[in-house]
Design a protein around this ligand. Structure first.
Ligand code: SAH
Ligand code: SF4
Length: 343
């Protein structure tokens, strides 16, 4: 079946003309998609022959909200979406003073197996299409009744393990024909798939890049992030420098502070040395609770000491505010396996 919601105007035009329909039909179809129709029969200005063809050959991707949890601590909302084949992903809507930010999933589960992450522990089913990434944003917009201005690919999955669909998503969602979200308002987060980081840099998109670092040396990083055995820190840093050179953009490093694991003063010094001279920002995230991981977040005092140590050494760092912790909507808490009773 053809996923027409992942196509841009010229692809849709080619698809329709190849199958014997007029060029101008593509604009009509896109306009119905923009009006959120969920079936081809609702595309009333299309001739019956075209509607029948689309019904037989194509589908309209969806992300149906099957559960919604609202935080009592802040306004964060966690959605559970059902995809067309019965798979589930989670997405999180956050409210900031500058607008609404949607954190979307790029895969059902994740193959990367980071030890601190619930998604990594829950296995992997498949990657999402561009249309399924867009659908998460659009469904949340329709639910909250407001426009979503910012998007982060920090939900379930490793975006660069689904590279082509993620790039397609970025190009599509920024189009006027689609949700028209500014590229500068989108951030992709990766655990460090080095060859894809380089390809991404070459594209010179105006979108943000975050790299999940979490440790300043290979020994410690490989212990929590298996991907480090494949792409060690030296290669990761070279790719990060390449990104900054190519794009002239600041790169963000995410660093989950784990009590007794990576939060000592000595580790802060090692981290500062690693990042010295690179146009970057360090986002410190007190590690969120994940059942069975055995990790505890660093004390507030330790978090502050770590930031101060980095700042003293000339590294730009802040502690990220935790949102939606009462509904398990924080970083690393989204998961693939849902209990039957959950839905
Ligand atoms: N796969 C991508 C993006 C999704 S994870 C990546 O790993 O970058 C989004 C962020 O949450 C990453 O920085 C990830 O390392 C972090 N994270 C995962 N589990 C966490 C946890 N338990 N506490 C805090 N941050 C966590
Ligand atoms: Fe996958 Fe990112 Fe979780 Fe690691 S932190 S398991 S890469 S989703």
């Amino acid at each position: 079946m053809t996923d027409i919601k992942s196509m841009n105007l010229s692809e849709l035009t080619a698809y329709l003309t190849d199958n014997g329909f007029e060029r101008f039909r593509a604009k009509q179809v896109l306009s119905w998609i923009k009006q959120d129709v969920t079936d081809f029969d609702s595309m009333r200005n299309l001739p019956r022959k075209l509607r029948d063809f689309l019904k037989a050959d194509a589908y309209l991707a969806c992300a149906d909200i099957v559960r919604l949890q609202r935080s009592k601590l802040d306004d964060t909302v966690k959605y559970l979406f059902r995809l067309f084949d019965g798979e589930y992903v989670e997405g999180v809507l956050m409210h900031y003073h500058h607008g609404r930010t949607m954190c979307i999933s790029s895969q059902v589960g994740c193959k990367m197996g980071c030890t601190f992450c619930a998604t990594g522990k829950s296995g992997f089913s498949r990657s999402l299409t561009a249309s399924e990434m867009i659908a998460q944003i659009r469904c949340a917009e329709l639910d909250c009744g407001e426009r979503i201005s910012n998007v982060v690919l920090m939900g379930m999955g490793e975006p660069f393990d689904n590279y082509d669909n993620v790039i397609r998503f970025l190009k599509l969602v920024t189009c006027e024909d689609s949700l028209h979200i500014g590229m500068r308002h989108i951030t992709v987060s990766t655990c460090g798939i080095v060859p894809r980081m380089r390809e991404f840099a070459d594209l010179q998109l105006q979108c943000g890049l975050s790299v999940s670092l979490h440790a300043p040396n290979d020994e410690a990083r490989s212990r929590t992030m298996p991907v480090n055995r494949r792409y060690p820190i030296r290669e990761l840093m070279e790719a990060s420098r390449y990104y900054v050179e190519k794009t002239n953009r600041r790169i963000t490093f995410e660093y989950a502070l784990i009590d007794g694991e990576n939060d000592s003063d000595a580790t802060a010094r090692e981290l500062a040395k690693l990042l010295k001279g690179l146009l970057c920002h360090v986002n410190l995230i007190p590690v969120n609770n994940v059942t069975g991981s055995g990790y505890k977040k660093s004390s507030i005092k330790r978090q502050q000491a770590f930031v101060n140590r980095l700042s003293d050494l000339g590294i730009n760092a802040t502690v990220r505010r935790t949102l939606g912790s009462d509904i398990d909507a924080s970083c690393g808490q989204l998961k693939r396996n849902f209990m039957k009773g959950d839905v």
